[in-house]
Design a binder for this molecule. Structure first.
Ligand code: GRG
Length: 291
C-alpha cells in the first residue's frame, strides 16, 4: 500500500480508503457478477466516517494512518454490508441509498443478500491482514458486528429484556445499531496505533459519545431533511412508528443532546494532545452535518 503522508487531509485519507477498498475488492477471487455487486455497494458514495475515525484514532495515539488501513477498509466493508441488508424488502425496503438505487434494486434480491454476505466475510480476511495485533482487531470487529445486528433486531423485531422505558430502549437500539461500529472504529484505530491502556480508554469514551451523537443527528435529519438532500428515504422512521430521539424527546431536546454528546467527545480526548485535533474537528463537523 502506498505510504500516506503524516497529517494528510481528510479528503486525502478518504481517497486512500477508497483506493484501498477498490484494491481489496479487485484482488479477491470472486465471481465477476458478485464482484460487481460488492463494488457497487462499497464504492461510489458514502461519507467514510468510520474509516476516517479508524485512521485518525491511530494518529491520535502517535501511530501511522497507513498501518491502520486494513482495519479501516474492513470496517467500511461491514458498514456497507449492513446498509445492503438493511435496505432489503424484509428489513427497511428502501429503493434509494447514497443517491442511487439500492443494491437489491440494481442487482436483485438474491445478489444483494450474497453481496452483503461476501462483504462481511472479506472484511474479516482484510482485518486479519493488519500487520500488528490482527487477531485483536478482528475480534473487535466481530464483537461490534454482532452488537450492530443485535441493535437491528431490537429496532425492527423488539425482544428487549424486561420492559425498559422508551428512553432506555432508544439508547439500547442506538448504542448497538449505530454506536457499536463507531466505537469499534476508534478502538481498532487505537489498537493499530499502539495505544496504551489510557489512550485506548480515552478513544473508547470518545467513540461512545460519537456513536450516540451520530445516530441522534441521523434521527434529527430524518425528520428535517428531504429524501433528495439525504440521498436516502427520509421521514420513514416516524411513519413506521420507530423509536427515535425526536419522537421520544422532541427536536429541541434532541438538539441539546447532540451538544452534550459533542462536549463529551471533546472531554474524552482531554488527555490527548494535538495529534487528536482531527478527531476534535470530526466531533464538531458531525454535530452539525446536514447529510
Ligand atoms: C444480517 C440480515 C442482516 C441484516 C443486517 C445490521 C443491519 C442489517 C443493519 C445495520 C443497521 C443500520 C443500517 C444502522 C444505521 C446506521 C446508519 C446511521 C447508517 C448510515 O450511515 P452513514 O450516514 O452512511 O455513515 P454513508 O452512506 O455515509 O456511509
Amino acid at each position: 500500500m502506498p505510504a500516506l503522508q503524516a497529517m494528510a487531509s481528510d479528503a486525502q485519507l478518504v481517497t486512500a480508503v477508497e483506493e484501498a477498498l477498490d484494491r481489496a475488492l479487485t484482488s479477491h477471487e470472486l465471481a465477476p457478477n458478485l464482484r460487481e455487486a460488492m463494488r457497487y455497494a462499497c464504492l461510489g458514495g458514502g461519507k467514510r466516517v468510520r474509516p476516517l475515525l479508524v485512521l485518525r484514532s491511530a494518529e491520535a495515539v502517535g501511530g501511522r494512518a497507513d498501518r491502520a488501513m486494513p482495519a479501516a477498509v474492513a470496517l467500511e466493508m461491514v458498514h456497507c454490508f449492513s446498509l445492503v441488508h438493511d435496505d432489503l424488502p424484509a428489513l427497511d425496503n428502501d429503493d434509494l441509498r447514497r443517491g442511487r438505487p439500492t443494491a437489491h434494486k440494481a442487482f436483485g434480491e438474491a445478489m444483494a443478500i450474497l453481496a452483503g454476505d461476501g462483504l462481511l466475510s472479506v472484511a474479516f480476511e482484510v482485518a486479519l491482514s493488519c500487520q500488528v495485533n490482527s487477531a485483536t482487531v478482528a475480534r473487535e470487529l466481530g464483537v461490534a458486528t454482532t452488537a450492530m445486528i443485535t441493535g437491528q433486531v431490537y429496532d425492527t423485531l423488539g425482544g428487549f429484556e424486561g420492559d425498559p422505558a422508551p428512553d432506555d430502549r432508544l439508547r439500547q437500539v442506538h448504542r448497538n445499531k449505530t454506536g457499536a461500529l463507531i466505537r469499534c472504529a476508534c478502538r481498532m484505530g487505537a489498537i493499530c496505533g499502539g495505544a496504551d491502556q489510557r489512550g485506548l480508554a480515552a478513544l473508547t469514551s470518545y467513540g461512545d459519545a460519537m456513536g450516540l451523537m451520530f445516530q441522534v443527528v441521523d434521527d434529527i435529519l430524518d425528520e428535517t431533511q428531504s429524501t433528495e438532500h439525504l440521498g436516502k428515504a427520509s421521514g420513514k422512521d416516524r411513519e413506521a412508528g420507530k423509536l427515535t430521539y425526536p419522537s421520544v424527546h422532541g427536536l429541541e431536546k434532541s438538539r441539546r443532546t447532540v451538544e452534550d454528546l459533542q462536549r463529551a467527545a471533546h472531554d474524552a480526548l482531554a488527555s490527548l494532545h494535538a495529534a487528536a485535533d482531527p478527531l476534535r474537528a470530526m466531533a464538531d463537523a458531525l454535530a452539525v452535518r446536514t447529510r
